[in-house]
Ligand binder design. Structure first.
Ligand code: 5AD
Length: 461
C-alpha cells in the first residue's frame, strides 16, 4: 500500500496514483489567450489534487502566466517574482513556475535573476505542468520545457493537448488557432507563440459541444488572427466563416464571439455570416493599429487605410448596429506629426465604439525595435491626445444608445455596481440594470436609460 506523507501547511509527496495535498495560485497577465491558458493550468493543477488559494501567500504552488506584448507586463512579472523570493525564503518547499510568453523567450534570464524558480514552461507546453509540479516536489531540480511545434510543410500534425473536462460556466474561451504568421514589425508574438497552427474543426466542435452540454451559452473563439483560421489543416482548408456556421449548429449554444480578426483576411463570406447566422454576435474587434498608409507599411500590416475602410463600410452596410472596436499604437518608430494626425483623423472617420490604445514598446528581436525611436515625451503626449479624442467618441456613441433595446446575457451581480446585475449586449456593450439574481444565465431585453464611458445603465422591459 502506498503511503501519503502529509505535513501541515506544506506539500505532500506521493506516488503518481495519488493526489497532492496543497493549494495553488495562478497570476495572469495579458490577453484572452493567456486567460484561457491559465484556465488550462488551473485544470492541470486541480487534477493533481491541488485546490485554489486566495492569495500567493497561502499557496504552495504558484504559477505566473506572463505576457511579453509590451515592456510593462514583463516588469510586473519580475516585480511579482521579487515578492515570491521572500515567500520562498520562509517556505522553501513552495513550488514556483513561470509560464506564458515571457517564459518562452526569457527563460534563462528568469532563472538567472530568480534562482528559486522551479520550472519555466513555454506557451505550447502547458500540458507539461502536472509533471513539472510533481518533479519539483520530488527532486527540486530546475526544469524548462520550451519546445514550440514547427509546421511540417504546410500541414500541422502537432495539436496541443487540452483538458476538456471542466466545470460548467456561462461564457467560455475556445482557442481555434495558435501562433501567428503575419510578422508585424512591432510584434513579439511569432517568437512567443510560434507559427500559425489551426485546431482541427472536429476538436473545436467537440469542445464547444461539451461546454454547451454543461450550460455554456456563449463562446469566444480565440486566435491571434482568428479569421485566418483553417489554412494548414490536414483535412483541407476550412474557411473561418464555415467554422462559425458549424459552431452555430452546436445544440444549446446561443452566442458566438471571436477575437481578433486580421483586416486583410476579412472576407465577404465572413460579413455574410455575421449578418445571417443568428448565433454570431454583432461585434467586431478589428485592430487598425495606425491611420496612415506609410505607418501601416512600416508596421508590415498588409492592408491600407482604404482597404480597412472598405471592410468597415461593408460591415456597417450588412449589420448597421454592429459594435466596432479596435487597437491603436502611437509612437511607432519614425511616426511623424502628420502621420499621427492621420491616426486621429481615422478615429474620427471610423467612429469606433471603443479602442485599446498603446504607446509603442520596443520588443527584442523585432524589426521595429532597430529603427530610430520617437521621443518618449512626444509619444506620451500623442497617446494622451488620442485617448481624449476616442473618449469623446465613445461617450457620444454610448449616449446615442439611450432609449434603444438590447438583448443581454445576464452574467450576475455587478462587482462594481452593488445591487445591479450586469451583462453584455450582442454588440458588446456592457449594461447594468436592476433585476432578480435568478436571471443569471438568462437572456433578457433591457432598454438603455443613461450612458457612461464603460457602457449603459438600463431597465428590464
Ligand atoms: N508596443 C505597443 N503595443 C503593441 N501591441 C502589440 N505589440 C506592441 C508593441 N510592441 C498592441 C497591438 C495589438 C495589441 C494586442 O497590443 O495594438 O493589437
Amino acid at each position: 500500500m502506498s503511503q501519503t506523507l502529509i505535513r501541515p501547511g506544506s506539500l505532500s509527496v506521493l506516488d503518481r496514483s495519488q493526489k497532492i495535498n496543497g493549494t495553488y495560485y495562478i497570476q495572469t497577465w495579458g490577453c484572452q489567450m493567456n486567460e484561457e491558458d491559465s484556465e488550462q493550468i488551473a485544470l492541470c493543477l486541480a487534477d493533481l489534487g491541488l485546490t485554489q488559494a486566495a492569495t500567493p501567500k497561502q499557496a504552495q504552488v504558484v504559477v505566473l502566466n506572463t505576457c511579453s506584448v509590451r515592456k510593462k507586463p514583463e516588469d510586473k512579472a519580475f516585480s511579482f517574482l521579487g515578492e515570491l523570493r521572500e515567500l520562498k525564503r520562509a517556505r522553501p518547499d513552495m513550488v514556483i513556475g513561470v509560464a506564458g510568453c515571457m517564459a518562452q523567450i526569457r527563460a534563462d534570464e528568469i532563472r538567472r535573476r530568480n534562482p528559486f524558480v522551479d520550472f519555466v514552461v513555454g506557451t505550447a507546453q502547458v500540458a507539461q505542468i502536472q509533471g513539472l509540479v510533481e518533479d519539483a516536489i520530488q527532486t527540486r531540480k530546475f526544469q524548462k520545457r520550451l519546445e514550440l511545434p514547427e509546421r511540417k510543410g504546410t500541414v500541422v500534425t502537432d495539436v496541443p493537448q487540452r483538458l476538456l473536462e471542466r466545470p460548467g460556466k456561462l461564457k467560455a474561451f475556445v482557442p481555434i488557432q495558435y501562433g501567428c504568421d503575419k510578422f508585424c514589425s512591432f510584434c513579439i508574438v511569432p517568437s512567443t507563440r510560434g507559427r500559425e497552427r489551426s485546431r482541427p474543426t472536429a476538436h473545436i466542435i467537440e469542445e464547444v459541444t461539451k461546454l454547451a452540454a454543461l450550460g455554456t451559452k456563449e463562446v469566444t473563439l480565440l486566435g491571434q488572427t482568428v479569421n485566418s483560421y483553417g489554412k494548414n489543416l490536414a483535412e483541407g482548408r476550412v474557411p473561418f466563416a464555415q467554422l462559425l456556421r458549424a459552431v452555430a449548429e452546436v445544440p444549446g449554444l446561443e452566442r458566438i464571439r471571436y477575437t481578433s480578426p486580421y483586416p486583410r483576411d476579412f472576407k465577404r463570406d465572413l460579413i455574410d455570416t455575421i449578418r445571417d447566422v443568428p448565433e454570431v454576435m454583432e461585434h467586431c474587434h478589428m485592430p487598425l493599429q495606425a491611420g496612415d498608409d506609410g505607418l501601416l507599411a512600416r508596421m508590415k500590416r498588409l492592408y491600407t487605410l482604404e482597404s480597412y475602410a472598405e471592410i468597415v463600410g461593408h460591415l456597417r452596410d450588412a449589420v448597421p448596429d454592429i459594435g466596432l472596436t479596435t487597437d491603436i499604437i502611437v509612437g511607432f518608430p519614425g511616426e511623424t506629426d502628420s502621420e499621427f494626425q492621420g491616426t486621429l483623423a481615422a478615429m474620427e472617420r471610423f467612429q469606433f465604439d471603443g479602442a485599446y490604445m498603446f504607446k509603442y514598446s520596443p520588443r527584442p528581436n523585432t524589426p521595429a525595435a532597430e529603427l530610430p525611436q520617437v521621443d518618449q515625451k512626444v509619444a506620451e503626449n500623442r497617446l494622451a491626445e488620442l485617448i481624449k479624442v476616442q473618449t469623446e467618441i465613445t461617450l457620444q456613441r454610448n449616449e446615442a444608445q439611450i432609449g434603444k433595446s438590447f438583448e443581454v446575457l445576464v452574467e450576475g451581480p455587478s462587482p462594481k455596481d452593488r445591487g445591479s446585475l450586469q451583462g453584455y449586449s450582442r454588440c458588446f456593450r456592457m449594461l447594468h440594470f436592476c433585476g432578480d439574481e435568478k436571471l443569471q444565465g438568462e437572456k433578457v431585453t433591457v432598454e438603455a436609460v443613461s450612458s457612461h464611458l464603460w457602457g449603459l445603465r438600463a431597465k428590464i422591459v
